[in-house]
Design a protein around this ligand. Structure first.
Ligand code: NAP
Ligand code: ZN
Ligand code: ZN
Length: 348
């Protein structure tokens, strides 16, 4: 599919700029998608500034893709033209390892193919959703429920599944107290999903500025982490705390907020190693863990759950021309609560 319009980062930390390239022609198992909207995940900022190393440039970020099927290959059975679909962080994987066979393709260590800044099975660099079309094997395409708007659904493909998966894994539901650290793109989805699952939800934000929003999104309680009293008041309370903060913060004080057997789960990527004291874990059999997005089947389960509960992301739709300014605002925690690019503006 020649002449795909996109925005790319030409080199590490350079601003995003117009770029065009050719997508592969759809094969017999492929779905061709017109991208309508793409969310801006904080991971896009980590990667375009090459904070994790190994970045390949030019880089077309974007793994919160929502669009409409335009064509399908001859052997595609799950999709047809006109359908609303999504693509998240993964566009392929080895399909044979223990993790892939268990339906947890996100953990594939053999040949995971991420939506951008990754190599596909032919050895070509992958380009993400800040573009007008994409071609993806049907096994890695998700159905977006027709009752949900496409723009607000886009962030479900990463922010949504990244919170849904640990909430399910650690059993969030009625009678469980869940804390969410950081009310950004991931955090606000965590509040909505945990609330819909029936858990008692507390937001731990840097200040009380977002308190009204937090309550509107479904939080039962809202505390500022800048206030030392917070850590006294909430000591020993939570069954599960999910940390979405994209920086290293003081983990030991969060461990102390867990109940016996409670778990503190890292989804935000700290910029440096985190020191954890032993005794607070040992004396209450607490756990510290990590979690990575979710598998394809679980992502579909999450989308269906959102369809049933009418859950989408709270978004600010922008044109592609505003993307660099949006990155600056994300870095200042000034987004309520996800920027979503209208990919139609690639034609402006
Ligand atoms: P985001 O929209 O920028 O939200 C992060 C929130 O964390 C901010 O809104 C802010 O909330 C808080 N925060 C930011 N900087 C902070 C600091 N220095 N100290 C304390 N709190 C701070 O980012 P996001 O898109 O939700 O992504 C968050 C992180 O998750 C990133 O590191 C991203 O790479 C990672 N991620 C991981 C996965 C996974 O599978 N594990 C998937 C997607 C993203 P308050 O204003 O409420 O304090
Ligand atoms: Zn993401
Ligand atoms: Zn695999």
């Amino acid at each position: 599919m020649p002449n795909t319009k996109a925005y790319a980062t030409p080199a590490t930390k350079a601003p995003l700029a117009p770029f065009s390239f050719d997508r592969r022609q759809p094969g017999e198992h492929d779905v061709a998608i017109d991208i309508k909207f793409c969310g801006i995940c904080h991971t896009d900022i980590h990667q375009t500034s090459d904070q994790w190393g190994g970045g390949v440039f030019p880089m077309v970020p974007g793994h919160e893709i929502a669009g409409i099927v335009t064509a399908v290959g001859g052997k595609v059975t799950k999709f047809k033209p006109g359908q609303h679909v999504g693509v998240g962080c993964l566009v392929d994987s080895c399909r044979n390892c223990v993790d892939c066979k268990r339906g947890e393709e996100q953990f594939c260590g053999v040949q995971p193919v991420f939506t951008y800044n990754s190599l596909d099975k032919e050895g070509n660099n992958t380009y993400g959703g800040y573009s007008d079309k994409i071609v993806v094997d049907e096994n890695y395409v998700l159905r977006i429920p027709e009752n949900l708007p496409l723009d607000g659904s886009a962030p479900l493909l990463c922010a949504g599944i990244t919170l849904y998966s640990p909430l399910r894994h650690w059993g969030a539901g009625p009678g469980k107290k869940v804390g969410i650290i950081g009310l950004g793109g991931l955090g606000h989805m965590g509040v909505k999903l945990a609330h819909a699952m029936g858990a008692e939800v507390t937001v731990l934000s840097q200040s009380l500025k977002k308190q009204d929003d937090g309550k509107r999104l479904g939080a039962d309680h809202f505390y500022a982490t800048s206030d030392p009293e917070t850590f006294t008041t909430l000591k020993g309370q939570f069954d599960l705390i999910i940390n979405t903060v994209p920086a290293a913060n003081e983990w030991n004080q969060y461990v102390e907020l867990l109940t016996t057997n409670g778990s503190l789960v890292m989804v935000g990527v700290p910029d440096e190693p985190v020191a954890i004291a032993g005794f607070p874990l040992i004396i209450k059999r607490r756990s510290v863990a990590g979690s990575l997005i979710g598998g394809i089947a679980e992502t579909q389960e999450m989308l269906d759950f959102c369809g049933k509960h009418n859950i989408v992301s709270d978004i600010e739709v922008i044109s592609i021309q505003q993307v660099n300014a949006a990155y600056e605002r994300v870095l200042k925690s000034d987004v309520r609560y996800r920027f979503v690019i209208d990919c139609g503006t690639l034609n402006n």
